[in-house]
Design a protein around this ligand. Structure first.
Ligand SMILES: [Zn+2]
Length: 170
């Protein structure tokens, strides 16, 4: 199994890690006292002001030589129409022939240059698996990594940056 010693805390970490967020960034921008009234939030979906529609997905990055991908649990905003379809298909086991849906990335993955509002395609997956989020193939470093894959060394580096964030990171 993949394991590495973190240079910061000296602990050995095992397995390919995953990081994710439980809400789109826009949810945090609604004042806390107004969230109950203005927001709906579940493990997979979020609606703000009946106007903005978000779904959670997996922005997966292949790891060279490994079966398992590195996965960012991210949110994207969909059009109302596509969001309704997503909801209608939520409990349908075979659904991957629908879509993909265009989505704006709504997670700030702060170890990269700004990731907010990167363009994505959201691919539904069968059997209750969260959708696969495919970035537009630009030169953004995260898009390059999703296209080309990353090494295990890079996985270790990402892990270390994420669990020992500098102050003022989101
Ligand atoms: Zn560490």
């Amino acid at each position: 199994m993949f394991a590495f010693r973190c240079r910061t805390c000296k602990q050995v970490h095992e397995g390919i890690p995953t990081f994710g967020w439980d809400w789109p960034l826009q949810y945090l921008e609604v004042p806390e006292s107004e969230r109950t009234r203005r927001c709906f939030l579940s493990a997979d979906t979020c609606v703000i002001d009946d106007e903005f529609f978000f779904v959670r997905g997996c922005l997966e990055v292949p790891v060279v030589g490994e079966q398992q991908a590195f996965s960012w649990g991210v949110w994207t905003s969909l059009s109302q129409e596509n969001f309704r379809l997503y909801e209608d298909l939520h409990d349908v086991p075979k659904r991957e022939h629908h879509g993909p849906f265009f989505g704006w990335l709504c997670s700030h993955i702060w170890i990269y240059p700004d990731t907010m509002n990167l363009k994505t395609m959201v691919h539904l997956r069968d059997d209750g698996i969260r959708p696969f989020v495919e970035l537009e193939p630009t030169e953004h470093p995260l898009a390059v990594e999703q296209r080309n894959g990353i090494t295990l060394d890079r996985v270790g580096e990402i892990y270390e940056k994420m669990i020992h964030p500098p102050k003022n990171s989101g």
